[in-house]
Design a binder for this molecule. Structure first.
Ligand SMILES: Nc1ncnc2c1ncn2[C@@H]1O[C@H](COP(=O)(O)OP(=O)(O)OP(=O)(O)O)[C@@H](O)[C@H]1O
Ligand SMILES: [Mg+2]
Length: 305
């Protein structure tokens, strides 16, 4: 199974900060990307989901169970990998997992050993099983984090900021691991602000902004909105700062003494530009900026609206 339903979810911290505002989401099998800038409410939503935080208001169901009344059961169904997962264990990698399995009362020993071998293979750490957990690389530790959540065979995996600090090769491996898990009908909720990490794997994304769901749908729908609004142009070095102040610049690459600039805007008035096919990152930046109504954010002057 694996289905999370969120209705009318609000959360206000004691400090008065309204972290979530009327959030409604349906999260099913596959990879669901939760995107949003710092402070948008991603971790608050995740903490509510895994029953670490009681919401001010609203209803959350996991596989039809209201989370408030079923905390033990919910925690068994959800595997949670916090952003800070790290291990300083001196145990060997397989011993570490065996130890976690024992803590969760998985037995007898023969079954536990078989399970540990299986999750080691699942996350590509079988070859490293005899290395000390604390000596694994950052990326391997992230995979060990996934391995320990898999020991309980959860229907739902909740992962906060998975790839910070990983090299590109490890990021790709991590992404592939999540795709493999998603193919087994698991729900994977992936929170990040690195748009590139989720673009190729997510079947569904939600953008949170100031506690509200600003967008909810397949990534292609978001990308489609930036079509005809994503440009590539060449800018002389002396003009670069001006362009950056007037447009939302995605990237600048030095080229022939000037810069090749990729940007999003309703239209480009500063010389010739080529419309290019948007990717999810372009679309995210364009969406967040062009739909932002808060007064302090009207910086990029855009002629097209
Ligand atoms: N324990 C807390 N007490 C009071 N306010 C909090 C607490 N935790 C978070 N907040 C506030 O709630 C809002 C949402 O924070 P949250 O951590 O959910 O955002 P986030 O999307 O996870 O951000 P980030 O990308 O930086 O991790 C922010 O304004 C934050 O300052
Ligand atoms: Mg967070």
């Amino acid at each position: 199974m694996g289905q999370v339903t969120i209705r009318g979810l609000n959360h206000r911290y004691k400090t008065g900060v309204q972290a979530l505002r009327d959030v409604n989401l349906d999260i099913g099998a596959g990879i669901f990307g939760l995107l949003g800038p710092n402070g948008a409410g991603k971790t608050t939503m995740i903490r509510i989901l895994i029953t670490l935080l009681k919401p001010t208001d609203g209803r959350v169901e996991v596989d039809g169970l209201e989370i408030g009344g079923h905390r033990g059961e919910i925690r068994r169904r959800i595997g949670y990998l916090p952003q800070e997962f790290s291990t300083f264990s001196r145990l060997k990698t397989w011993e570490f997992l065996d130890y976690i399995a024992r803590l969760r009362a998985i037995g007898p020993k023969s079954r536990r050993r078989a399970l540990v071998e299986k999750v080691l293979e699942d996350v590509g750490l079988y070859e490293a099983r005899d290395r000390r957990a604390m000596k694994l690389s950052g990326g391997m530790k992230r995979r060990l984090g996934i391995a320990q959540t898999l020991l309980g065979d959860p229907d739902i995996l909740v992962i906060d900021e998975p790839t910070v600090g990983l090299d590109p090769e490890e990021r790709v491996r991590f992404r592939n691991l999540l795709s493999d898990l998603a193919r087994r009908d698991k729900v994977i909720l992936l929170s990040t602000h690195i748009v590139g990490d989720i673009s190729s794997t997510c079947s569904h994304i939600a953008l949170l902004r100031e506690g509200r769901v600003a967008f909810d749908g397949p990534p292609e729908d978001l990308t489609a909105r930036a079509r005809g609004r994503t440009w590539k142009t060449t800018v002389a070095a002396m003009d670069l700062d001006g362009i950056k102040s007037r447009y939302s610049v995605i990237s600048t690459v030095p080229s022939n003494g000037g810069f090749e600039v990729r940007l999003v805007a309703g239209r480009f008035d500063d010389g010739p530009a080529e419309a290019v096919e948007p990717n999810l990152e372009d679309a995210y930046v364009d969406f967040m900026r062009s739909t932002d109504e808060s007064p302090e954010s009207g910086s990029a002057g855009e002629g097209g609206w």
